[in-house]
Design a binder for this molecule. Structure first.
Ligand code: SG4
Ligand code: ZN
Length: 259
């Protein structure tokens, strides 16, 4: 075993419980299994309003744990379970070593090939992402399950860019205009929502999770490009299976906007 293997094993999802003991007993940790038999329909949950602007040159970075796209424009969401406006900070993906796994949330125990997370912060109450990140009402993350299927046209711009950032800490700009709204399915009225946390260290219990019933598709080729990203600037260590496993719902409520 090389030292790089060890580093990855010591810092990957398998050891996060040991290194962050407070949160192994946390009461609002994420992800969870969305067990539809535990869901409460809430007729007061309106559709999520998306007010996203196209990015002139989307910046994407290989963080060593994922690919992250950083948002420069003032793109916002409101509605649903949210009070006031939440501003889009970044989006990123989780994925598996093959398409039978990769999502963080599961649906009645079923895992999908990947999951997209769009991370927003409460701009009505806080003045920056950093200030909001550890507050109980600080963040809202939109989650979308991704299935293997058709090529996703808007994400093609991103997956083309990924070929330039296979090494950890590499970053690049997408040459074309990129509209984050075009990543999303057209119907955003059906979703589940619950109080949760970041799914990576430091696991702050600050996230209103909104996971959508309508899914996104990416082609096998697009998913394979994610799997070519490296968790170091060396040969052979790939970013795969960068998902956390579901934690108990506990006393929390899991609500749906639809029957
Ligand atoms: C990914 O590792 C992102 O790249 C992180 O973003 C993100 O951390 C982390 O996932 C956890 O986010 O929606 N899955 S999640 O709970 O958003 C944060 C950064 O590297 C703080 C900043
Ligand atoms: Zn995530």
């Amino acid at each position: 075993q090389s030292s790089n293997d060890k580093l990855s094993i010591q810092t990957g999802p398998d050891t996060w419980y040991n290194n962050y003991p407070i949160f192994s007993s946390g009461k609002r940790q994420s992800p969870i299994d969305i067990g539809t038999e535990y869901v409460d329909y809430d007729s007061s949950l309106s559709p999520i309003k998306i007010n996203y602007k196209p990015e002139k040159h989307l910046h994407i970075v290989n963080t060593g744990l994922s690919v992250r796209a950083d948002i420069k424009e003032t793109s916002e969401i409101s509605g649903g379970p949210l009070e006031g406006k939440y501003r889009l900070e970044q989006f990123h993906f989780h994925w598996g070593s093959n398409s039978n796994k990769g999502s963080e949330h599961t649906l009645n125990g079923y895992t999908y090939a990947s999951e997209l997370h769009l991370v927003h912060w409460n701009k009505g109450k806080y003045s920056s992402f950093a200030e909001a990140a550890d507050k109980s009402d600080g963040l809202a993350v939109l989650g979308f399950f991704i299935k293997e299927g058709h090529e996703h046209k808007e994400l093609r711009k991103l997956t083309d860019g990924i070929q330039r950032i296979f090494d950890k800490d590499a970053l690049t700009k997408i040459p074309d205009k990129f509209d984050p709204k075009h990543i999303l399915p057209s119907d955003l009225s059906n979703y589940w929502t619950y109080d949760g946390s970041l799914t990576t260290p430091p696991f702050y219990e600050s996230v209103q999770w909104i996971v959508f019933a309508d899914m996104i598709e990416m082609s096998p080729e697009q998913l394979n490009l994610l799997r070519c990203m490296r968790s170091c600037s060396c040969e052979g260590k790939y970013i795969i299976d960068n998902y956390r496993c579901p934690l108990p719902l506990g006393e929390r409520k899991l609500r749906s906007s639809f029957r």
